[in-house]
Design a protein around this ligand. Structure first.
Ligand code: UDX
Length: 436
């Protein structure tokens, strides 16, 4: 089918490339000329494993353009995958979605389906339809349908090609038929519902996962107080298929482009409708506190960071991405600097993005060794494979004091003890209480 995709971020570009891989003819549209020319030359503007290879393999079926008239006029389906960033009050900013809707209305010359893939509050599809009908230039039928995605960064291509379900939020049989045709080579079960339920499924799923993480983080905090071990607790809980063993990793909280934004947006939507979503509110609060848990822990070793040399391993919100959105590092590192610390950081792919936000005051290192040498404390914020496989004896060998505060439970307590480290993690018994 002839499909145009508006927006070439994680959602838009990955969806576009996967639809091309499954036999559709795709036009990718973005207002950013630089991004478009990168993609025209075969380079992905985002770091996503497998994406560039699929772009190359499907280059005959994908066109990249900044010209929305060219992209929309004769498309059978137009997918909106532009950003819905968080506004100051926590609600989702829909101006980009609505702008695309207006452009579609003014350009489309044949009947088509507009699919909203961006994560949008319940009722947005109705507004998109209203905008299109108000601004429509030609006498054509443009239907609007919801089709949320559930991809995770770092595994986005795999998640899209092997999704657990495809949610179709439709108000007509025609929209259902055309969307099923677009996905006909995917072999993934459909959940067909109305638009508002589809919009709600996305938020309900994301917020449930965020809640699950905040729940396990609270259990971890309690484990520390009562002397239990969260690894064993999570194992014992997760074997119950009603709970499931995924998303039970305790740590310093969730970040990324979805959970922080989507929890706040749903909470805002509920408040706006005079309903208090207490569980989601709790998940947000727990997460905010969890992010600075390691700094709180460090207080028992040092009253202040003034004059200390601090190593930070991992900057991104999770491994496998260069994305820093709502990453714990963004909250913690400024606190360290403000307190007078000299901060050295390392991340395998996130350094350049971090440098753009903090160009000065931070020493950017090229290896873990270079980062930890002669430091007083090492904080771990992301569980990169390179960190997990780093020989523990090197901390003892290179650091001024081998104090490791691990926010992602990268190492086993026994191995850390055997390596002679002062090692604190999340929800597990610590090895030593005093620095040698
Ligand atoms: C998430 C959802 O998984 C995806 O379905 C949705 O479409 C977008 O949001 P993503 O943000 O890419 O995807 O990452 P995810 O792997 O879900 O992790 C989100 C955050 O939760 C990360 O900061 C991660 O470190 C944290 N996390 C995840 C935990 O702290 N513990 C866990 O057990 C799992």
């Amino acid at each position: 089918m002839k499909i145009s995709v508006a927006g070439t971020g994680y959602v838009g570009l990955v969806t576009a490339v996967c639809l091309a891989e499954r036999g559709n003819n795709i036009t990718c549209l973005d207002i950013d000329k630089e991004k478009i020319s990168l993609m025209q030359n075969g380079t992905s503007p985002i770091y996503e494993p497998g994406l560039e290879l699929l772009m190359e393999q499907n280059k005959e079926n994908i066109t990249y353009t900044t010209d929305y008239m060219k992209a929309y006029s004769d498309a059978q389906i137009i997918i909106i995958g532009v950003g819905t960033p968080e506004k100051k009050d926590g609600s989702a900013n829909l101006k980009y979605v609505f702008e695309v809707a207006r452009q579609i209305a003014q350009t489309v010359e044949q009947d088509c389906i507009v699919i909203v893939k961006s994560t949008v509050p319940v009722g947005t599809n109705d507004k998109v339809e209203q905008i299109i009908n108000e601004h429509k230039k030609y006498n054509v039928t443009i239907e609007v349908a919801s089709n949320p995605e559930f991809l995770s960064q770092g595994t986005a291509v795999k998640d899209t090609l092997n999704a657990t379900r495809i949610v179709l939020g439709v108000e007509s049989e025609n929209a259902e038929k055309l969307m099923k045709e677009m996905y006909k080579e995917f072999d993934i079960p459909f959940v067909v519902t109305n638009r508002r339920s589809a919009e709600m499924i996305k938020y309900a799923a994301n917020d449930f996962l965020a809640l699950k993480i905040s729940y396990i983080n609270e259990m971890a905090n309690l484990c520390e107080i009562v002397g239990a071990n969260i690894d064993d607790v999570a194992l014992g809980m997760g074997m119950d298929p009603r709970i499931g063993n995924r998303f039970l990793n305790a740590g310093i909280g969730y970040g990324g482009s979805c959970f922080p934004k989507d929890t706040k947006a749903l909470h805002w939507l509920a408040s706006f409708n005079d309903y208090e979503l207490k569980t989601v509110k709790a998940a947000i609060e727990v997460n905010e506190n969890q992010k600075i848990k390691l700094i709180k822990k460090s207080r028992k070793y040092f009253d202040s960071f003034n004059g200390l040399s601090i190593a930070v391993l991992g900057l991104t919100f999770k491994p496998g991405t260069d994305d820093l959105r709502d990453a714990p590092s963004l909250v913690n590192i400024p606190l360290m600097i403000e307190d007078g610390a000299n901060v050295k950081v390392w991340d395998p792919v996130g350094t350049e993005n971090f440098r753009r936000i903090f160009p000065d005051e931070i020493n950017y290192c090229k290896s873990i060794e270079e980062t930890i040498v002669d430091t007083d404390i090492c904080f771990i914020f992301t569980e990169w494979a390179e960190i997990k496989s780093f020989p523990l004896n090197k901390y003892k060998e290179l650091m001024k004091r081998p104090l490791i505060l691990d926010g992602r439970n990268c190492y086993s307590l026994t191995e850390a003890e055997d390596a002679g480290l002062v090692y604190e993690s999340i929800g597990r018994r610590k090895v030593h209480t005093l620095i040698e």
